[in-house]
Design a protein around this ligand. Structure first.
Ligand code: PLP
Length: 400
């Protein structure tokens, strides 16, 4: 008899985005003429920038010749990419890290999910609500005790340190789904909490490229002490359109320690290295070459130009919703706009209304946690044309 991991039976039946897609496809099948605009899933729509394409084409050519062919690479990633990351994302911001503290991967979804492999089951995990569902689901899979950190309008949807102990805390800033961003003071409070409680911060910075406000930290390591208590996850998905190409990295500083049941101190960097080299065989050379190209001068300009398109979309959404009297946050240092459904409507009721009356697909806030009930997420990752069209539909429907 094969025994399963019983924790899987405790998961909610279907993953949020699968449910959204199913409802959308059912509606499309019943109304084939409807022009549905998708502002739901957080996928990007702009193509990879020319610098990335050129670098990847060059890498493909190299792969076709024995002298420049690349087989298995270092599981942790090539130095050319790790050095570019160190230089541009960290040293330039006064953060000193070393290349062996960076682990290139195939995505932050994998990294934020897999990190639990090296962490004990008895840890108490604190997770903001609402937030990216992967943290909750992967901890349910592992059978850990989860304590939610409720956020709402009163705290700007920013999770702050609780008055209870947690061993592991997930933070997502800029936040998916709310678009809220933790400022320096709030991050400092979290680092102080972690150092005081001997806790680990798992900081997901997948949307850091959207931060425009210079006073906001782009990495948790801008906060003194974070190098002793925080692991950071970054992704090229939203920064440079790698959602389909797959490349990300985790930063695990050597000073971040865990403990054995006997109280012996163990470096999480060493454990993650062991896990990564055992279960992962490296992100493709071609992909890493493409990722490194975003750090070239022209790559930086091109990537910024793409991000600016999404930023402008976010502004169009936010301005329209504000004008129409919706409560909304995000959209300024984030590609997500988080709005309150009108007249006390539940999130899924608002989803149905937008789908059937406006032919717009968004994401119900309740899918990101209980505190998201009554709220809704729209993304700025669509085309300009669709964003403008969607907001016209909002005006026509809600502006009367
Ligand atoms: N982290 C957050 C907060 C996200 O919203 C997403 C994707 O939507 C990811 C991670 C996944 O990133 P990746 O494409 O690198 O797996």
């Amino acid at each position: 008899m094969v025994l399963i991991n019983d924790n899987y039976t405790k998961l909610a039946e279907s993953y949020l985005f699968s449910t959204v897609a199913k409802k959308r496809e059912e509606y499309r099948a019943a109304h084939p003429q409807a022009e549905i605009i998708n502002m739901g899933i957080g996928d990007v729509t702009q193509p990879l920038c020319p610098a990335v394409i050129a670098a990847m084409q060059q890498a493909v050519t190299e792969m076709g010749e024995a002298a420049t062919f690349h087989g298995y690479g270092p599981e942790q990633g090539y130095d050319f990419l790790k050095d570019a990351i160190l230089q541009h994302d960290y040293l330039s911001r006064g953060v000193n890290l070393t290349a062996d503290e960076i682990f290139i991967s195939d995505g932050s979804k994998s990294d934020t999910g897999n990190i639990g492999d090296i962490l004990g089951q008895a840890n108490i995990v604190a997770i903001p609500d609402p937030v990216y569902p992967v943290y909750v689901d992967t901890n349910i899979m592992a059978g850990r005790t989860i304590k939610m950190l409720p956020t709402g309008e009163e705290n700007g949807f920013c999770a702050l340190p609780p008055d209870f102990h947690a061993d592991i805390v997930y933070l997502c800033s800029p936040n998916n789904p709310t678009g809220s961003v933790l400022n320096r003071e709030q991050l400092t409070a979290w680092v102080e909490y972690a150092l005081r409680e001997n806790a680990l911060l798992l900081f997901d910075a997948a949307y850091k490229a959207f931060i425009t406000d210079d006073s906001l930290p782009q990495t948790i390591y801008e906060i003194p002490g974070a190098e002793k208590c925080a692991i950071e996850f970054c992704s090229f998905s939203k920064t440079a359109g790698f959602t389909g190409t797959r490349c990300a990295f985790a930063v695990v500083p050597k000073g971040v320690m865990g403990h054995t049941a006997d109280g012996e101190s163990v470096s999480l960097n060493a454990l993650w290295n062991r896990r990564h080299t055992t279960k992962f065989n490296g992100t493709p050379y071609i992909v890493q070459k493409g990722a490194a190209a975003i750090y070239s001068e022209e790559g930086q300009k091109q990537v910024q130009a793409t991000i600016n398109i999404y930023r402008e979309n976010a502004k169009i959404i936010k301005d329209t919703l504000s004008e129409l009297g919706f409560f909304c946050i995000g959209g300024e240092n984030s590609p997500y706009v988080w709005l309150k459904a009108p007249n006390g409507m539940a999130s899924w009721d608002f989803f149905d209304l937008l789908l059937t009356e406006l032919n717009i697909v968004g994401t119900p806030g309740s899918g990101f946690g209980q505190m998201g009930e009554g709220y809704f997420r729209l993304t700025a990752f669509g085309s300009r044309e669709n964003t403008v069209k969607a907001m016209e539909r909002f005006r026509n429907y809600f502006g009367k």
